[in-house]
Write a protein that binds this ligand. Sequence first.
Ligand code: NAD
Length: 358
Amino acid sequence: MTFRSEFSYETRPVRVVFRPGAAVTATPGEAARLGLRRLLVVCGSRGEAVARAVADALGDACAGVHAEARMHVPVEDADRAVAAVRAAGADGCVAVGGGSAIGLGKAIALRTGLPLIAVPSTYSGSEMTPVWGLTDHGTKRTGRDPVVQPRSVVYDPRLTLSLPVPLTVTSGVNALAHAVEALYAPDTSPLVSVMAEEGVRAMAEALPRLAADPQNLDARSRALYAAWLCGSCLGSTTMGLHHKLCHVLGGTYGLPHAQTHTVVLPHALAHNAPAAPQALTVLCRALDTDNAPRALWDLAARLGAPRSLAELGLRESDLAPAADRVAGEPYANPREVTAEGVRSVLRAAYDGGPPVTP
Ligand code: NAD
């Protein structure tokens, strides 16, 4: 394989602590290191019990718990959370939960500049990126700003023991999608390639073990380690067609995030494959296959994940306007983005058959 001899790579100051039990045992120390004394803990309604345990561990350094995170961060939720931060006189936030809770923490950081500590409970990888997302009147906007990058990330594999198998699988594939697109991003680099390959290998190995035995802490640790690597890849590169498609399907059509990534990924990769031979070489090595899109489709199907956008509730009449929307905005992708190309990826994902490489 040709060595990529021209690249740039930027790293941001983030401290990562990884150990079982760390949510409660490490978060107070991370807050102290950052000099924070009044932290608002943000989470979703389903994650409140764990967030309360983190809040209790923070003791006097906890300024309250705000349990209102929802998927795709509607702007009105961000407004309310910023008001809660100000009312509590907080000097920082701790987001406990999946990408939705961390997304709300990032929205607060974006508006106030306050530092964020992330305690992730899914494999979404948001904790390792400076990417924020906000949804306003059915349109999801995303942007990059170093101020939203969590300053400290506390990975606790025990938190993920309660993730139901279906969400374990789809969230794991969400992580794989970050690695896939990072490998063919215009700003990819040798370090990203190493992290992506290791992340894909570790996640693909952990998911079948977790589907068979969700309480296996060793497999949980391996999947969370993979999520860290894949999230780091996303944080260092520019997203392409796959992520753009998923943002539109989530933000405008209300489709669930991780499930949508799982359905779309094999088809988006098959579409881009002819223009990304180096990425395919790495992915095939990591997945031990000669057909990476098919291997991803097989993995998800074998583990019982949804296969089609139809199953996720998209209507056939949504396909054309969604494709026009995705094709209408400029972004980096190895293959030229055309309305026809996007329509074919969407149609294949809607039908849910095996991916076809052109
Ligand atoms: P999520 O945070 O919405 O969680 C999904 C569901 O699982 C929720 O009901 C939640 O309460 C529950 N849950 C979370 N952890 C659990 C656990 N350990 N046990 C039991 N239930 C648990 O979903 P997600 O897929 O993690 O995140 C999706 C959101 O994150 C989207 O809005 C997406 O755009 C965003 N995201 C952002 C980035 C980024 O870099 N900015 C990256 C990935 C995802």
